[in-house]
Design a protein around this ligand. Structure first.
Ligand code: FES
Length: 77
């Protein structure tokens, strides 16, 4: 669904931006252009942003890190 008609930005665009790290309206404005013209999309964009951020923080994220090498003792010269 289109949220920002001026910039043709959908709710999916906003959710994708949140998945890619956006957390504030300022970041959405910078990266997507949301709310950068008439401003009517602001309240709904903020609502979707809040919902998407809450959804991400409620989801556990597991990162498979490679095994680290044991720290080597520093050799003094
Ligand atoms: S509807 Fe988003 S700036 Fe106009």
């Amino acid at each position: 669904m289109y949220i920002c008609v001026c910039r043709a930005i959908t709710d999916h665009d906003i959710r994708r931006a949140v998945a890619n790290g956006a957390r504030t309206m300022r970041e959405l404005r910078l990266h997507l252009g949301v709310c950068s013209s008439c401003g009517r999309c602001g309240p709904e964009a903020r609502e979707i942003l809040t919902e998407a951020c809450a959804s991400i923080s409620a989801t556990a994220v597991y990162i498979d890190l490679p095994a680290m090498e044991p720290a080597r003792a520093r050799q003094s010269a």
